[in-house]
Design a protein around this ligand. Sequence first.
Ligand SMILES: [Zn+2]
Length: 218
Amino acid sequence: MFAETFDPAAFHSIFSLHDADRQFRERNGVSFVETKLKSLILQHGVEKIFGVALVHRHFDLEEGTILVEKDMVTAPWRSDNSFAKHGGKIIPTSWFCREGNVFPYEFGFVPYSKTDPPRLEEYASFVEAFFDTVNLYELGDSVGIRRLSGNESTGMLECTEGKVNIMFSSNEIPVEYLRSGTETMWFFDSQPPYRTYRCVCTNTGSSENPNHNHIDQP
Ligand SMILES: [Zn+2]
Protein backbone atom coordinates (compact mmCIF):
# COMPACT_ATOMS: atom_id res chain seq x y z
CA MET A 1 0.00 0.00 0.00
CA PHE A 2 2.79 2.49 0.87
CA ALA A 3 5.33 3.33 -1.82
CA GLU A 4 8.81 3.24 -0.29
CA THR A 5 10.38 5.95 -2.37
CA PHE A 6 9.60 8.92 -4.54
CA ASP A 7 8.06 7.94 -7.87
CA PRO A 8 8.77 10.53 -10.60
CA ALA A 9 6.10 9.12 -12.94
CA ALA A 10 3.48 9.31 -10.19
CA PHE A 11 4.61 12.87 -9.40
CA HIS A 12 4.24 13.96 -13.00
CA SER A 13 0.70 12.51 -13.09
CA ILE A 14 -0.37 15.10 -10.51
CA PHE A 15 -2.72 17.80 -11.78
CA SER A 16 -1.78 21.45 -12.11
CA LEU A 17 -3.35 23.73 -9.52
CA HIS A 18 -5.89 24.81 -12.14
CA ASP A 19 -7.03 21.27 -13.00
CA ALA A 20 -6.99 20.04 -9.40
CA ASP A 21 -9.10 22.99 -8.32
CA ARG A 22 -11.54 22.47 -11.19
CA GLN A 23 -12.14 18.80 -10.33
CA PHE A 24 -12.40 19.68 -6.66
CA ARG A 25 -15.03 22.38 -7.27
CA GLU A 26 -17.02 20.23 -9.70
CA ARG A 27 -17.40 17.64 -6.95
CA ASN A 28 -18.13 20.19 -4.23
CA GLY A 29 -14.83 19.36 -2.59
CA VAL A 30 -14.77 22.04 0.13
CA SER A 31 -17.96 20.78 1.71
CA PHE A 32 -16.71 17.19 1.42
CA VAL A 33 -13.46 18.12 3.20
CA GLU A 34 -15.21 20.13 5.89
CA THR A 35 -17.75 17.41 6.70
CA LYS A 36 -16.69 13.86 5.79
CA LEU A 37 -12.92 14.22 5.96
CA LYS A 38 -13.00 16.40 9.05
CA SER A 39 -15.12 13.78 10.87
CA LEU A 40 -12.81 11.02 9.75
CA ILE A 41 -9.70 12.88 10.95
CA LEU A 42 -11.28 13.65 14.34
CA GLN A 43 -12.63 10.11 14.68
CA HIS A 44 -9.12 8.68 14.16
CA GLY A 45 -7.61 11.25 16.53
CA VAL A 46 -5.01 12.39 14.01
CA GLU A 47 -6.04 16.07 13.79
CA LYS A 48 -2.75 17.24 15.33
CA ILE A 49 -0.70 15.18 12.88
CA PHE A 50 -2.46 15.16 9.51
CA GLY A 51 -4.67 17.41 7.45
CA VAL A 52 -6.06 17.47 3.93
CA ALA A 53 -4.26 18.62 0.78
CA LEU A 54 -5.52 19.62 -2.62
CA VAL A 55 -3.02 17.53 -4.56
CA HIS A 56 -1.36 19.69 -7.22
CA ARG A 57 2.02 20.63 -8.58
CA HIS A 58 3.34 23.85 -10.05
CA PHE A 59 6.10 22.54 -12.27
CA ASP A 60 7.95 19.50 -13.54
CA LEU A 61 10.93 18.16 -11.62
CA GLU A 62 14.31 17.19 -13.00
CA GLU A 63 15.30 13.57 -12.56
CA GLY A 64 16.97 12.93 -9.21
CA THR A 65 15.27 15.86 -7.48
CA ILE A 66 12.36 15.99 -5.05
CA LEU A 67 10.51 18.90 -3.47
CA VAL A 68 11.76 19.57 0.04
CA GLU A 69 10.49 22.19 2.47
CA LYS A 70 12.71 23.95 4.98
CA ASP A 71 11.58 27.04 6.89
CA MET A 72 8.49 27.53 4.73
CA VAL A 73 10.38 27.44 1.46
CA THR A 74 9.97 24.40 -0.79
CA ALA A 75 12.53 23.83 -3.53
CA PRO A 76 13.90 20.94 -5.59
CA TRP A 77 16.70 19.15 -3.72
CA ARG A 78 18.95 16.46 -5.12
CA SER A 79 18.18 13.28 -3.25
CA ASP A 80 19.00 9.61 -3.48
CA ASN A 81 16.88 6.90 -1.94
CA SER A 82 18.66 7.17 1.40
CA PHE A 83 16.74 10.39 2.20
CA ALA A 84 19.71 11.49 4.30
CA LYS A 85 20.97 15.02 3.82
CA HIS A 86 23.02 17.62 5.72
CA GLY A 87 23.27 15.25 8.68
CA GLY A 88 19.48 15.13 8.97
CA LYS A 89 16.64 13.39 7.21
CA ILE A 90 14.17 14.08 4.45
CA ILE A 91 10.70 12.84 5.35
CA PRO A 92 7.41 12.85 3.39
CA THR A 93 4.96 15.66 4.15
CA SER A 94 2.27 15.07 1.48
CA TRP A 95 0.79 11.94 -0.03
CA PHE A 96 -1.70 10.95 -2.67
CA CYS A 97 -3.14 7.61 -3.70
CA ARG A 98 -3.17 5.99 -7.14
CA GLU A 99 -4.71 2.55 -7.66
CA GLY A 100 -4.31 1.52 -4.06
CA ASN A 101 -0.73 2.80 -3.70
CA VAL A 102 0.09 5.73 -1.45
CA PHE A 103 2.87 7.93 -2.86
CA PRO A 104 4.74 10.72 -1.08
CA TYR A 105 5.10 13.77 -3.37
CA GLU A 106 6.41 16.56 -1.13
CA PHE A 107 8.97 16.28 1.62
CA GLY A 108 10.40 18.21 4.54
CA PHE A 109 13.83 18.44 6.14
CA VAL A 110 14.27 17.24 9.73
CA PRO A 111 17.64 18.26 11.24
CA TYR A 112 19.65 15.72 13.25
CA SER A 113 18.75 17.49 16.50
CA LYS A 114 14.99 16.93 16.10
CA THR A 115 13.02 13.76 16.77
CA ASP A 116 11.48 12.15 13.71
CA PRO A 117 7.77 12.90 13.47
CA PRO A 118 5.32 9.95 13.22
CA ARG A 119 5.32 7.98 10.00
CA LEU A 120 2.15 7.73 7.94
CA GLU A 121 2.57 3.95 7.91
CA GLU A 122 1.81 3.92 11.65
CA TYR A 123 -1.71 5.11 10.83
CA ALA A 124 -2.65 2.51 8.23
CA SER A 125 -6.31 2.21 9.27
CA PHE A 126 -6.76 5.99 9.03
CA VAL A 127 -4.99 6.12 5.65
CA GLU A 128 -7.13 3.30 4.27
CA ALA A 129 -10.37 4.88 5.50
CA PHE A 130 -9.26 8.30 4.19
CA PHE A 131 -8.53 7.15 0.64
CA ASP A 132 -11.58 4.83 0.55
CA THR A 133 -13.76 7.85 1.37
CA VAL A 134 -11.96 10.09 -1.13
CA ASN A 135 -12.27 7.50 -3.92
CA LEU A 136 -15.93 6.92 -3.14
CA TYR A 137 -16.47 10.64 -3.79
CA GLU A 138 -14.38 10.45 -6.97
CA LEU A 139 -11.84 12.90 -5.62
CA GLY A 140 -8.89 10.52 -5.72
CA ASP A 141 -7.04 12.64 -8.28
CA SER A 142 -7.15 15.83 -6.28
CA VAL A 143 -7.35 15.06 -2.54
CA GLY A 144 -4.48 13.77 -0.42
CA ILE A 145 -3.00 13.87 3.07
CA ARG A 146 -0.73 16.63 4.41
CA ARG A 147 1.39 16.45 7.52
CA LEU A 148 1.14 19.37 9.95
CA SER A 149 4.54 20.94 10.46
CA GLY A 150 3.60 22.96 13.52
CA ASN A 151 4.64 26.18 11.75
CA GLU A 152 1.28 26.85 10.12
CA SER A 153 -0.56 30.03 10.97
CA THR A 154 -4.28 30.69 10.45
CA GLY A 155 -3.88 31.74 6.85
CA MET A 156 -0.92 31.14 4.61
CA LEU A 157 -0.24 32.00 1.02
CA GLU A 158 2.08 29.96 -1.13
CA CYS A 159 3.68 31.82 -4.03
CA THR A 160 5.77 30.24 -6.73
CA GLU A 161 8.97 31.86 -7.99
CA GLY A 162 10.62 29.75 -10.65
CA LYS A 163 10.70 26.25 -9.14
CA VAL A 164 10.51 27.47 -5.56
CA ASN A 165 7.33 27.66 -3.48
CA ILE A 166 7.42 30.25 -0.70
CA MET A 167 4.93 30.36 2.15
CA PHE A 168 3.88 33.77 3.45
CA SER A 169 1.94 34.04 6.69
CA SER A 170 -1.20 36.17 6.79
CA ASN A 171 0.53 39.08 8.54
CA GLU A 172 3.12 39.34 5.77
CA ILE A 173 0.73 39.96 2.89
CA PRO A 174 -2.34 42.14 2.24
CA VAL A 175 -5.63 40.35 2.85
CA GLU A 176 -6.73 40.73 -0.79
CA TYR A 177 -3.68 38.74 -1.90
CA LEU A 178 -4.61 35.99 0.48
CA ARG A 179 -8.17 35.94 -0.85
CA SER A 180 -6.93 35.69 -4.43
CA GLY A 181 -5.37 32.30 -3.74
CA THR A 182 -6.93 28.87 -4.12
CA GLU A 183 -7.47 26.96 -0.88
CA THR A 184 -5.12 23.99 -0.91
CA MET A 185 -4.80 22.72 2.66
CA TRP A 186 -7.14 22.24 5.58
CA PHE A 187 -6.24 21.48 9.18
CA PHE A 188 -8.67 20.61 11.96
CA ASP A 189 -6.36 20.75 14.96
CA SER A 190 -7.88 23.95 16.38
CA GLN A 191 -11.36 25.41 16.79
CA PRO A 192 -13.40 26.73 13.83
CA PRO A 193 -12.62 28.61 11.67
CA TYR A 194 -10.04 25.97 10.89
CA ARG A 195 -6.67 26.77 9.43
CA THR A 196 -6.29 26.77 5.69
CA TYR A 197 -3.44 27.38 3.32
CA ARG A 198 -4.00 29.03 0.03
CA CYS A 199 -1.86 28.71 -2.99
CA VAL A 200 -1.20 31.22 -5.66
CA CYS A 201 1.32 31.08 -8.41
CA THR A 202 2.99 34.41 -9.00
CA ASN A 203 5.18 33.18 -11.82
CA THR A 204 4.28 35.29 -14.83
CA GLY A 205 5.42 32.63 -17.31
CA SER A 206 1.82 32.06 -18.34
CA SER A 207 0.60 35.61 -18.55
CA GLU A 208 -3.01 34.76 -19.45
CA ASN A 209 -3.40 32.77 -16.32
CA PRO A 210 -0.88 34.04 -13.79
CA ASN A 211 -2.59 32.47 -10.81
CA HIS A 212 -2.52 29.03 -12.25
CA ASN A 213 -0.10 26.51 -13.49
CA HIS A 214 3.02 26.93 -15.52
CA ILE A 215 3.77 23.28 -16.07
CA ASP A 216 5.62 22.83 -19.33
CA GLN A 217 3.29 21.23 -21.78
CA PRO A 218 4.85 18.83 -24.30
ZN1 LIG B 1 0.68 25.14 -4.60
